[in-house]
Design a protein around this ligand. Structure first.
Ligand SMILES: [Zn+2]
Length: 340
């Protein structure tokens, strides 16, 4: 009898052990508690948990290799976005992430997740020697044909052996998709030349809009398996051997106004039709504001126009923001000196 009980207990223990959350940020093993947020996915909801040790917010259960292949298998990108929107976003990302690192000599830049290559093309035109990598073969072939970029299909891991050292590596909307972010950042570090920098753009879990919008927040979707905030991105970079970490936050120009916020739309969705219409009108009347309103009003239509527009923001500085509560984190870190 006692043997039977202990066998049952062992089986229960094994089940509990299966349900432990092993953090992908710090490897701490902890019992699986209730999720801090249940996101809405098209096929099934996804649960976000916060690591009790390091605080990293991560999806659990995690995707199996097969599920991941399915998730990204068909062309994952939405190709419908207009050229103007792509250029406007490229200008904003360039101004925030790369303009501060321009020099007279051509530096080598790797754009991981280069998609159709708009940011990479803009960087190339501004004097960088650019290589792009993207999981979508369709996107990569379009980027190389349209913009003459050295763009390669696959994951970063597929190309580790053939890539040269870089002065800067851009991870725009990448790190939140990566299953094991610290290992990934270590591989990025190995590709950097001495003194090289990594530049990261990722949703900010500390975003004010995340707290207001909860499940409607635009940073949430089933592809985002890890969500960082200033503290957790600093920790991940330190663990991967980076130093001189700088963290700032900003808002995608498209979502700078209340009218454009999915969180606000979710809040007013329940209003009766007449009131809803008035609310929309009121919101739209405030749409001319924000630091990037000029970029929204007149969007660049070509690479040349995009290049010219970067100069409009030559004096743009992200500092002066007292709290890091905007939607996106803008992070840079340097390869730390090798240990003696
Ligand atoms: Zn952790």
């Amino acid at each position: 009898m006692s043997i039977a009980i202990s066998t049952r207990e062992a089986a229960a223990d094994a089940r509990r052990a299966d349900e432990a959350l092993v953090c992908v940020g710090c490897d701490a093993r902890q019992p699986l508690c209730r999720p801090i947020l249940r996101g809405r996915g098209p096929a099934r909801p996804f649960d976000l948990h916060r690591c009790g040790a390091c605080g990293l917010v991560q999806q659990y259960p995690r995707y199996s290799a097969g599920e991941l292949a399915k998730l990204y298998g068909r062309d994952y990108y939405v190709f419908e976005e207009s050229e103007e929107d792509r250029w406007a976003r490229a200008v904003q990302q360039y101004v925030i992430h790369l303009l501060p690192h321009e020099t007279r000599t051509a530096k080598r830049l790797l754009d991981v997740g280069c998609a159709l290559g708009h940011l990479a093309a803009l960087a190339q035109r501004r004097g960088w020697r650019v290589t792009g990598v993207d999981i979508s073969a369709t996107a990569v072939s379009r980027a190389s044909v349209q913009f003459k970029i050295d763009a390669r299909a696959g994951t970063l891991e597929n190309h580790l052996r053939t890539l040269p050292p870089f002065d800067a590596i851009m991870l725009g909307d990448v790190i939140e998709h990566v299953a094991r972010p610290v290992e990934f950042l270590s591989r990025v570090r190995a590709l950097l030349a001495p003194g090289g920098i990594v530049v990261i753009d990722t949703p900010n879990w500390e975003s004010r809009w995340r707290k207001i919008g909860r499940t409607s927040w635009l940073g949430l979707n089933r592809y985002h398996v890890n969500l960082f905030e200033p503290r957790t991105i600093r920790d991940a970079l330190a663990r991967a051997g980076f130093a001189d970490v700088s963290v700032r936050s900003y808002t995608n120009h498209r979502y700078e106004t209340w009218a454009s916020r999915p969180e606000v739309q979710a809040l007013i969705a329940w209003l009766p039709e007449a009131l809803h219409w008035r609310a929309q009108k009121l919101l739209a009347s405030y749409s001319g504001f924000g630091r990037w309103s000029g970029l929204r009003r007149v969007k660049p239509r070509t690479l040349d126009e995009a290049r010219a527009r970067v100069s409009d923001f030559a004096h743009y500085r992200l500092d002066g923001v007292p709290k890091l509560t905007r939607d996106n984190l803008a992070v840079t870190a340097r390869v730390s000196a090798p240990r003696p």
